[in-house]
Design a protein. Structure first.
Length: 352
């Protein structure tokens, strides 16, 4: 068991290296992994035989022998990610590098049932896969949910989603490994893949028929004790405020949704973001979600202004505020990346 773990760990390190740069060479692999030259050769040979990486010529330096270089083979493995919103199912096909190769969106019935979602998911995965061998399917779902078991505990504004074992039901329907995570957590995973090691303490704020935050803390996803972290929209900002779908009054989501116009809504969100920064001391805020991106620059400017003017010592507690570069694919792409991580990535330090 221990030897198998080490083998998989070293292979995952090499795949991560190859994903991050056009080519890699043996010396770089040895430096990062700490393996002997003989062990590096074995790891590279296994990955070449598995088709995950391929020889890419040699690199000639000023001194010494030419070094063999390798590249990732993105099309060697595939995954499908699903984004379940309250209105539609969006699917993307990604390669081993996490690049979106194809996508499709289908509407869902109002207040859809688990059976209706599974039917759409089955048809969509079959159409998008087109005979490719898939590593698995990831689903970014509305919370609250228990990520460890893949169970939707009570999705807000969906009557039929109380303690539904979605991962198990979808796995049986599709005949594939299925991972279920909160939509915002999937989305922040996609951002972390794109941004690399400098993206250590961050939140992705999602506004899309609801409001949530995917948390990336200490260089890893943060799900919390019950894997339900991220219910950012259900933090109270007005004690006598409007009634929220969660049953409390004055939640950020309820106040935001009742704002008079996009500028006022963005100002409400800015206050919530400052509260989050005061709590977690983050370095990055990424703004995402179809509803937000329709007024992306208004939101970005308002949140950036709130950070600059409301965070004490903003000159020291600097925060980057940006719109997602993945557009409406962020959740689905992140869900697919989680599947690839589970099979070919480094172990999750959270144990989830």
């Amino acid at each position: 068991m221990h030897l198998a773990y080490l083998r998989d760990y070293h292979e995952a390190l090499v795949i991560a290296l190859a994903r991050a740069q056009p080519t890699i060479e043996r010396g770089t692999v040895a430096e990062v992994t700490g393996l002997t030259p003989q062990a590096v050769s074995k790891v590279l040979t296994r990955l070449v035989e598995g088709g995950l990486i391929a020889p890419a010529g040699v690199r000639r330096g000023a001194l010494g022998k030419p070094a063999a270089v390798y590249r990732l083979v993105p099309e060697s493995r595939w995954a499908i990610g699903a984004h379940v919103s309250r209105k539609a199912l969006r699917l993307v096909l990604t390669d081993l590098a996490g690049a979106v190769r194809a996508s499709a969106t289908t509407p869902l019935p109002a207040d859809f049932t688990p059976d209706e979602l599974l039917a759409g998911l089955g048809a969509g995965v079959t159409a998008l896969a087109q005979g490719r061998e898939l590593t698995g399917v990831g689903i970014g779902m509305i919370g609250p949910l228990d990520q460890a078991t893949g169970t939707v505990r009570g999705a807000h504004r969906l009557r039929h989603w109380h303690d539904v074992p979605l991962a198990d039901l979808a796995g049986k329907r599709l005949g594939l490994p299925v991972l279920v995570d909160k939509d915002v957590t999937a989305a922040v995973t996609a951002e972390a893949w794109r941004r690399g090691a400098g993206f250590r303490d961050a939140a992705l704020i999602m506004v899309e028929s609801g409001l949530g935050a995917g948390l990336w803390l200490g260089g890893a996803v943060h799900r919390g004790t019950h894997t339900n972290a991220g219910e950012f929209g259900h933090t109270v900002v007005q004690l006598d405020g409007p009634l929220c779908v969660c049953g409390r009054r004055g939640c950020l989501e309820a106040v935001h949704d009742r704002a008079a116009d996009p500028a006022a809504a963005a100002a409400v969100l800015g206050t919530g973001v400052v509260n989050l920064l005061q709590t977690l001391d983050l370095g990055h805020i990424v703004l995402a979600g179809a509803d937000l991106l329709r007024h992306g620059e208004i939101y970005r400017s308002a949140v950036e202004r709130a950070v600059r003017t409301e965070v004490p010592r903003a000159d020291w507690l600097t925060v980057e505020v940006a719109l997602t570069g993945l557009g409406t694919d962020a959740i689905a792409a992140g869900a697919a990346m989680q599947v690839l991580n589970a099979r070919y990535g480094l172990p999750d330090p959270t144990g989830a």
